[in-house]
Design a protein around this ligand. Structure first.
Ligand code: CO
Length: 180
């Protein structure tokens, strides 16, 4: 089922999401709905708060053609993002990170906005799946970028907050104009 995407500057995007404590049917419904919603907008990642749920839940599905790294902005067909390839990441914690890399990011809560953002190049993340089993992942490519972007959402942050003061000012002006 599709859910409505929360769009910047909605205040809910500033909430610190809460840890998931029960890995139950409601969580599974949320994850399934998040996949449908992300797919409908050609996204590669989505955090629960982007559908208005303040829980530490995110999904990532990197299109097969983009696995070697590409921008968020390209269009994909659904064959490229099969449901079974979706990573369902609950209560993630970055346990190690190093290096830096710049990458052009976008966000379903800021449609049409793409900006270069600097993040850690390599991350190691511990998380739980929908059944509550613990996993660890490590990446230094596109997945590392996406997971840091999505974890930021769980902490109430959107990627434009990482821009320089001047770039941010320019963005806010353009965005205000666009919303009218
Ligand atoms: Co986002």
């Amino acid at each position: 089922m599709l859910r409505e995407i929360v769009v910047y500057p909605d205040k809910r995007l500033k909430l610190i999401s809460k840890e998931v404590t029960s890995f139950n049917g409601a969580l599974h419904d949320l994850l399934d709905d998040m996949y449908d919603t992300m797919r409908s907008k050609n996204g590669v990642g989505l955090a629960a708060i982007q559908v208005g749920v303040d829980q530490r839940v995110l999904i990532i599905n990197i299109p097969i053609e983009d696995e070697d790294g590409d921008s968020y902005g390209t269009e994909h067909d659904s064959n490229d993002q099969p449901k079974e390839k979706t990573m369902e990441i609950i209560n993630p914690v970055i346990v190690a990170q190093d290096g830096t890399e710049k990458f052009q990011e976008g966000c379903l809560s800021l449609p049409g906005v793409y900006e270069d953002v600097e993040r850690a190049k390599h991350v190691k993340v511990e998380y739980f799946d929908r059944e509550g089993a613990k996993h660890t992942l490590e990446d230094d490519g596109f997945l590392a970028v996406v997971i840091q972007h999505e974890i930021d959402h769980l902490d109430g942050k959107v990627f434009i907050e990482k821009l320089s003061f001047l770039k941010r000012k320019r963005f806010e002006k353009e965005w205000a104009k666009q919303q009218k």
